[in-house]
Design a protein around this ligand. Sequence first.
Ligand code: FES
Length: 198
Amino acid sequence: MSTADLNEDSEHTRRDFIHIFGAATAAVGAGAVVWPLVSQMNPDASVLALSTKDVDLSAVSEGQAIKVMWQGKPVFIRHRTAEEIEEASATSVSALKDPIARNDNLNGSEPATDENIVTGENGEARPQWLILVGVCTHLGCIPLGTTSGENRGEFNGWFCPCHGSHYDLAGRIRKGPAPENLLVPPYQFTTDSVVKIG
Ligand code: FES
């Protein structure tokens, strides 16, 4: 992880959307050419490696937050304190604007409880580690939210000043125009302190 990765999120930039276009493939008549074509389309190991990112969290102490880049997108990783976990866990799903946990590690319909948001790919929940794609679900700005507590918005999580969206300590939208909670990327811990994103 680079020094830049360890910088707190204090910038405000607009996200570049990356559009991935599916390639339309014309029908192939001759069976003999099908296999080479399919073979070419399979990503090799180097491409697959680029789609994941290992992050060593051993230097991120309790209360700190970092931002890393994954597939061109910022990912927020916050080492939450016991008080922050308690606050996030105490929030009732019925109080949420978006009641669904937008967690790529789950099947997409689970309620936005704190536990469902901190659950990784292997079903393991580590409440102290909150891992979110740092892209506002309104129009794609990068929300603010520093370790020191500045610019965290009214719910102590992240604040997107573009149009005033406030996210809480589990990345759930609580106020403002953003329609959905922040996305949880696919991830799993591969050691006690290393998380693989993607
Ligand atoms: S892009 Fe975040 S509030 Fe509009």
